[in-house]
Design a protein around this ligand. Sequence first.
Ligand code: MCA
Ligand code: AMP
Length: 503
Amino acid sequence: MPNTLYDALFRPHEASGAAFLSLKDGRDISYAEFLRLAARFAHALSASGITPGDRVALQAKKSPEALAVYAACVAAGAVFLPLNTAYTPAEVEYFVTDAGARLLICDGAARAVLAPVAEKAGTALLTLDADGTGTLADLARSQPETFTPAARGPHDLAAFLYTSGTTGRSKGAMLSHDNLLSNAEALVDAWRFTGEDVLLHALPIFHTHGLFVATNVMLLAGGSMIFLPGLDMDDLVANMPRATSMMGVPTFYTRLLADPRLDRALTAHMRLFVSGSAPLLAETHREFEARTGKRILERYGMTETNMNTSNPYDGERRAGTVGLPLPGVDLRIADAETGAPVARGDVGIIEVKGRNVFKGYWNMPEKTAQEFRPDGFFITGDLATMDADGYVAIVGRAKDLIISGGYNIYPKEIELVLDEQPGVAESAVIGVPHPDLGEAVVGVVVAKAGAKPEEAALIAGIAGRLARFKQPRRIFVADELPRNTMGKVQKNVLRERYKGSFG
Ligand code: MCA
Ligand code: AMP
């Protein structure tokens, strides 16, 4: 039966003995082997009662098996819901409940804490450990190695990716088969990926960057991935000589630059370094070129839109810009109030329209409507200019958002939790420059009359509530928060005050 994503990304490789994944331990997994595993997993999903359209949540360490759950969901017609491994049980409960997930697959070590969560949400629970074992594998073991994919058309949903919001409540971005496929096609073409490519993959696989940009592109091109568990400089250095390409967030590049082993010889075999998810400093771009002779290709995207712009492969890659709109992406720089395009060179909000743009936020029709213009353009909330040649430069954000090491963190979500802490009257959360993560989270709290909240106690108090990466690295107690005449907290004043917190 036709299944848009399966037919494009997986079916062509069913009989291929070529390597798809090369693991840290030296083991290679061929395309055919991977797809046999995915077929068994797809049968296991069906055996667990999953039918097309059902949501399947996964919170598991990066492994070939975790990636095979994605393939299995596509084949079974399920909606894949990957979750950051750093999320606390309270956060997982929100996502699983909000999405109405039928099944949650988690690490065996998390089973005890997540069992009550799953039970409360009416969700079945299976386990998948980093070594591929667990109750999912047990269920899949005796299943057939071929699976007839469920019929899925271009507009059927393939994935929900949760993104936080300015209200502090996460929203499930609904991505269709066509959203994902059209973007993978555009990127394979724009970045010249072929079956000869070997991608150094050190990103997590629960976000757009590592899952859709990296993995879908390699599947479509038929190349292979050196599939590393995370970012480790020794692994990158050991594997770079046999890779052709890498995709990373800016922290990948600043850490490489801090490593004396980065030089022309190490990168000689690499044809492409891509950066995205957060701003790459022009200085990093230049230093990387000086050390390696390679110009990093910076691109820009969002969970809701996949990739929107990219610097050119052949043309000039301009430091400090995110390049030109990708083919098929309609992009305008618009006035925040009216949505009317601003004059060339002026600052406005990036708005986009195209096959890449998501179907809306799950169960939030009003929120979805607010984020789109009547003519169908999606309002990204990123402030930018476009120069005479069409290059887009992101100059700020209209949304209150912190990007730390490529992870998006919405201050509101943290402020709500800080405000509940004993002795806290009110709080403001900001991002300040950090040499490794780009931005780091800082909290500023005002004490209730007579109270003396302490940093360590506040950090301990929020620990179980928020994933570690969202927790402020520092919390300062201030006499009051600076406010403008409208009573709005002036975060720019706080950012200026605390900008030197991390050297
Ligand atoms: C880990 N920690 C962090 C972060 N990562 N804190 C703040 N921000 C982070 N990004 C914390 C851990 O909780 C831990 O805290 C300590 O730092 C060390 O953790 P570790 O796991 O060793 O860190 P790491 O392996 O060095 O990870 C840093 C990283 C990683 C490599 C930058 O965060 C990463 O892979 N980021 C990429 C995220 C990504 O894929 N973004 C794409 C989103 P403690 O020691 O105190 O317990 S998709 C997207 O944005 C759009 C669509 C796009 O355009 O791509
Ligand atoms: P997310 O919601 O996690 O998908 O993150 C999307 C946001 O990351 C965008 O709205 C931008 O603010 C930011 N972003 C992604 N790529 C870049 C980039 N190359 N430069 C600056 N910001 C970026």
